[in-house]
Write a protein that binds this ligand. Structure first.
Ligand code: RNT
Ligand code: ZN
Length: 420
């Protein structure tokens, strides 16, 4: 039987050689909130009474049996996954996950339609984050906040306003700041002749949303850009330059950038952007995902880029200034396994980044010893952080290694497979 304590002791000796405090690393990794996205559990469909297909240029692929069909089922599945994800969590909801008794359109949603989610979060002692759903709706087919149709634009502005009020409600119920993420799919299959008009309207719409809700407290707003979506390959109103420009010009504490790891050209990486953003902004919202050749939203992997992002945040001392949210949707595997793997990887990357002698590495760099800098960076790629990870997971009751897999299989057999 593998003894995690032995591994932990050995790892402590290893890291001790470099002055790295293992317990401190565990404690910081553990208390860094991760916002777990609800939409992995039902393929981004939600519970509106007239829910239609997923639109907006994003796509889930796969037809793995057992997806949640009701909010009760989704909460039960989230609870399952949460058992195997150690550390502080929040739940990230989309407006389309409302629980009104009868159909309530997006421009009419109110806090009461999310009361059951709030009750559940309070009972679990976790925070809630939120997202306006500017897609998968009959009025979202030709643009939302950037639409040239003033009635359509008004509808979505009202949706944004309603969402900020619901964000405040979540803050009041949970006592934790609600991070709201604004992402619009607005774009075009071809490059439009007028590329400025949609941007001016998008800017005006955000201005109106924020102006109408300037009394709202306990909310921060991420503005998420994207390079392109399916069907809108040539033009995106909310491009990176647009969103960065909007956030910087707004110059308000609560308006920040959202960087989604799948939303850039394939050779661009978010890890290389963070320091520039933090030069001009105090906080950032991250959507951790895994783009495979495009914004495919694969389950987060413990890969070089995820690790590089967490290393950047740790080295800049910006972990506590970053709202870290996951954003992926894989319908080809057990959805609870997807959550567990993706969220564990995200947390593991944070821990691995913390288990490095950052101040010593900074000193070497400052003294011009770039050979040692490279030697250190390379050495810690294969340091025994997995031993610390296993110990931590066991301490938290989340199960070391792959222990969670048997439980997820049991739940699939007992619960998921019965959903038809
Ligand atoms: C889409 C964006 C957006 C969505 C969620 C569901 O490309 O990443 O964040 O994934 O809002
Ligand atoms: Zn995203």
């Amino acid at each position: 039987m593998y003894d995690v304590n032995k591994g932990y002791e050995l790892a402590k000796e290893f890291y001790g050689q470099y002055g790295v405090d293992v317990d401190q690393a565990i404690s910081v990794a553990d208390s860094t909130p991760l916002s777990m996205h609800c939409w992995q559990g039902d393929d981004v469909i939600g519970f509106e009474k007239e829910a239609g297909a997923l639109t907006g240029g994003i796509q889930t692929t796969g037809n793995y049996p057992g997806k949640a069909r009701t909010a009760e089922e989704l909460r039960a599945d989230i609870e399952q996954a949460m058992r195997y994800i150690p550390g502080e969590l929040k739940l990230n909801l989309h407006a389309s996950y409302q629980e009104a008794d009868s159909f309530v359109d997006r421009d009419a949603i109110e806090p009461k339609h999310f009361e059951k989610w709030a009750d559940w979060a309070v009972e679990k002692g976790i925070g809630l984050d939120f997202n306006p759903t500017y897609f998968s709706h009959p009025l979202s087919e030709n643009g939302t906040l950037s639409s040239a149709d003033e009635n359509v634009r008004k509808f979505w502005i009202e949706h944004g306003i309603r969402c900020r009020r619901i964000g405040q409600y979540f803050y009041e119920r949970t006592g934790k700041v609600c991070a709201i993420n604004h992402w619009t799919p607005d774009g075009d299959k071809e490059v439009p002749v007028d590329t400025l008009g949609p941007r001016m309207r998008l800017k005006d719409s955000y201005d109106q949303v924020f102006e109408a809700t300037k009394d709202v407290t306990g909310v921060v707003d991420g503005i998420e850009s994207k390079v392109f979506g399916i069907g809108a390959e040539s033009f995106t109103a909310g491009s990176h330059e647009f969103c960065m420009g909007y956030v910087m010009k707004a110059n308000k504490d609560h308006i920040i950038m959202t960087l989604d790891t799948g939303h850039y050209h394939p050779t661009e990486v978010v890890s290389a952007k963070l320091a520039s953003v933090f030069t001009f902004s105090d906080r950032v919202l991250l959507h951790v995902s895994r783009p495979v050749r495009w914004d495919s939203d694969h389950v987060v992997s413990f890969d070089d880029e995820t690790r590089a992002i967490m290393e950047e945040l740790v080295r800049m001392d910006k972990l506590s200034k970053t709202f870290i949210a996951t954003d992926f949707f894989d319908a080809s595997i057990n959805r609870i396994a997807a959550w567990t793997i993706g969220l564990r990887n995200t947390r593991k990357a944070i821990l691995a980044a913390l288990l490095q002698p950052v101040s010593q590495m900074k000193e070497l760099e400052a003294s011009g010893d770039v050979s040692a800098r490279l030697a250190f960076k390379e050495e810690f790629k294969a340091a025994p952080f997995a031993l610390v990870w296993d110990y931590y997971c066991e301490q938290k009751g989340a199960g070391k290694g792959l222990e969670w897999l048997a439980n997820v299989r049991d739940y699939e057999k007992d619960v998921l497979s019965k959903r038809v």
